[in-house]
Write a protein that binds this ligand. Structure first.
Ligand code: 0XW
Ligand code: MG
Length: 368
């Protein structure tokens, strides 16, 4: 099944509600890149990569499209089903850019599913559940507003909340954490995500002030050295997110038992192929994970949901989608959304979504 054409689209995803704030970013819209891979027998696969703005990680929307311009011509004529061989060709065409090559990887798994008549999750080991738990991320906001959002989202059925903190006086973070924790219904989990916005001192202060509360602290500081220095000095489990820039970083973190779980982004990890490996490493290490991405529409949402469905349920902390912050879907019939705090695994072959490509305007680049 040879690749005959590749088309690259740019699309803007305005934030419903106007603003999504973390410790280091305030975003009103996200710039996503979609890749459409067409094979000689007319099959079409879709992938997507949508950085969380230009500073959240060393990822850049326009850079993604430039990287795909570099990679694209080298993929024409390759067998789309030989996914690892396509990764070899990408690595020979361009170094690094894991978050970009991930979009190609996702499109190839979409094509493989369509070719074999199977869902991506079933090619990745099989769906362990047909609905996966999601979680809701409450942006950095005032304690009262955070508390109100927490009540609202639990009423919608979410069984895990992530509260964004950092980028302000830690005392306000402590107040917001305590206010949100007061609202938690039985069995609802809370993660507090500083997105690298705290110092070690901040982390120690907040953890001590909240030592009576059950919660996970996610990526409090930026470096592995800072995280390592916190181990044994705080009483809360630590999940790592941004500092996990791929399989190597995860293996080091697992080997050093530097954390108690991971918030993994499919494109940062390199796509579904890498996520499958990391999933298995974390299972052996008995570490829970989330299956997320920085942002993105139905294509990214489907990829996160498919790999999330293959995680052993007791180790699946949740699947995060940007869908609640996006108006509309790429696929008007089978768009991926959260219902009662859970996400239905798509039924169709591959990713199980059929985007309306007219939404994105004409391709910005085409090859083949
Ligand atoms: C909540 N997320 C998965 C989406 C945003 O990009 C931030 C991210 C996180 O957990 O840091
Ligand atoms: Mg995070």
């Amino acid at each position: 099944m040879r690749i005959s054409e590749i088309h690259i689209y740019q699309h803007d995803l305005p934030v419903v509600g106007g603003l999504y704030r973390t410790a280091r970013t305030s975003m009103t819209s996200f710039d996503t890149t979609i890749i459409e891979i067409v094979t000689e027998n007319g099959m079409v696969g879709y992938g997507e990569t949508c950085p969380h703005g230009p500073v959240y990680q060393p990822h850049h929307a326009a850079g993604a499209r430039a990287a795909l311009r570099q990679i694209g011509p080298h993929l024409i004529g390759l067998n789309a089903l030989w996914i690892d061989c396509v990764h070899d060709a990408m690595d020979e065409a361009l170094g690094g850019h894991r978050y970009v090559k991930a979009a190609v990887d996702i499109a190839l798994w979409d094509l493989a599913g369509k070719s074999y008549g199977a869902r991506a999750c079933d090619l990745l080991g099989g769906a362990r559940q047909e609905r996966v738990p999601s979680y809701y991320a409450i942006g950095v906001t005032e304690p009262e507003e955070a508390s109100s959002m927490a009540r609202e989202k639990q009423a919608e059925g979410y069984r895990r909340l992530q509260l964004k903190v950092g980028g302000r006086d830690p005392d306000i973070d402590i107040a917001a954490i305590r206010k949100v924790h007061e609202t938690l219904q039985p069995h609802v989990k809370l993660a507090v995500d500083a997105n690298r916005g705290w110092t070690c001192r901040d982390t120690l202060t907040v953890s001590q002030a909240c030592r009576d509360l059950s919660l996970v602290i996610e990526q409090p500081c930026g470096t592995m050295e800072e995280i390592a220095s916190l181990r044994g000095r705080i009483s809360h489990p630590i999940f790592l997110d941004e500092s996990m820039e791929g399989l190597g970083a995860v293996m080091r973190a697992v080997g050093q038992r530097i954390c108690d779980g991971f918030s993994l982004k499919v494109t940062r990890m390199g796509g579904l192929s890498s996520m499958r490996t990391i999933r298995d490493v974390c299972r052996v290490a008995n570490l829970p994970i989330t299956c997320d991405d920085a942002w993105g529409g139905d294509i990214t949402a489907a990829a996160c949901t498919h790999i999330g469905a293959t995680v052993v349920p007791r180790l699946l902390e949740g699947v995060w989608l940007a869908a609640p912050y996006i108006d509309g879907h790429y696929d008007p019939e089978n768009g991926i959304s959260v219902e009662n705090g859970t996400i239905k695994v798509p039924e169709g072959p591959g990713l199980g979504v059929q985007p309306d490509v007219t939404l994105w305007g004409p391709p910005v680049h085409s090859f083949g």
